[in-house]
Ligand binder design. Sequence first.
Ligand code: ADP
Ligand code: MG
Length: 537
Amino acid sequence: ASVVKELIENSLDAAATQITVEARSGGLGLIRVADNGVGIGCGELEKAFERYATSKVSSLSDLDSIRSLGFRGEALPSIAAVAGVETISCAGSELAGCYLRLKNGQVIEKGTRGSPQGTTVTVRDLFRDFPARLKFLKSSSTENGHISNMVSQYSLAFPEVRFTLIIDGRVVLKTPGNGSLRDALVQVYGVETARAMLKVTSPQVSGLISPPELSRSSRSYLSFFVNRRWVQSRILSRALEEAYHGLLMTGKHPITTINLSLPYEDVDVNVHPAKSEVRFRQEQRVFTLIHNAVRMALMEQMPVPMLRSEPSRETPVSLPIERMEVISMPEAEERLVEPPPGESPPPRIPILRVLGQLSNTYIIAEGPDGLYLIDQHAAHERVLFERIWQGRAGRGVEVQGLLEPITIEVTARQGEILRRRWESLADYGFAIEPFGERTYLVRSVPSVLGGHNLTQKVLEVIDSLDEGDASPDWEERITISLACHGAVKAGQQLSDAEMKELVRQLEQTSSPRTCPHGRPTMVHLSSWQLEKGFGRR
Ligand code: ADP
Ligand code: MG
């Protein structure tokens, strides 16, 4: 994926309007990037493979305001040092193209070749003679996933460029290159997502962001570009998440494609080996720019009024100090939130009597020692997690056949996940079959997912299997994800009978005090705490 990135950046720097990327066997078999850019003159082709040779810096002062994606002159020689590389290039001014072949750093063959204007670089046998480096590569399907993500990101940053990505002989991405970000997004995230996205248009921040009701359970759908360079940036993600504050459920993340335009001299792009992190001269200003632009776009275009959202962080919390003291108890056994299982108190919970529901989110219950507030979603997640986990062990996951199969439209990345986890998904009750290039038919799902919003839930479960996310092994991940998507949500009204049943089921789980994500399912206010709070002690 890093090789693909460098080659694409070169094509973009060469002002290409069409870029075709081909990868086989996760890039180990072959990587080919072909463009119709300005080309390399025959007299310079060999020079381009010399260390630190670059055409993008002509004076020392250029280094303070870098406009091109590349500038170090390291990519071509580094790639050629560890692989077989073949280049055909034709500059506009020349009649014929020229050809150069290198292997592990040595020129093996050169000559002229008929070729249209542009450059094609083919990389073969990457790391073949470097077993120590081969070991660090992930499986070819994982690497394919990284490659398709990489190309997708660039196709969003450069909607005026026609990108085609072919992986193991299949076209997995083809953007129109008509300059419309929304049209590029259709190819990357699907028609429905692209249609729902809201536009951000402030002088320095532009792009598309998802409305609050469209979210994902991983951060891998946040794309940021600074002067159209794809970057990872904690500041930008924080500014963005802050702008969505109060609009998304915890654990949910938006889908965004945002470009920040800054004066070149205000960004230092020379801080990371892969140039994928940048340093801003005025971090606070950048934070505010992104935050305000996104927040404004959300406020102006959100289809639903914001009355139900929680107050934003700036609003002072009006909990009186005295009451806060009730819950900040000095000794360990008076902790409000019980520690996770494995630590001192036994994981079991006492028999509880349900009293009612608070904010359609918490179940209020009485136990032998005081009051319990149970988070209905977290509790239900725990119950479902254990049920699925045990069902899986006995190969007895409950399956719900769909009378009418639903169709899902997947991204290149989700498609990779589906192909990789095909059989295992079937073990969990999913019957999913290909139905066109980007479309799949879902014929059955695990019963825990229930009947509503199945399309969204299935897509989110697939996303949760993305290996890009740091998390435990995938069986645990899918079980957590199914439990999460099957569980009642916060904000949902429950009947007395439903609450009683949920609490009874929670009592029977092996770790009733935490949800599978490790968050507490309940908060306990002991009789002692109540008495102290009311001044009876
Ligand atoms: P850098 O991009 O940092 O300049 P590279 O090693 O990636 O360094 O490339 C070296 C040089 O080769 C570039 O500066 C550019 O002049 C030329 N070059 C590489 N790829 C292309 C391409 N696809 N089209 C035109 N010129 C290219
Ligand atoms: Mg380069």
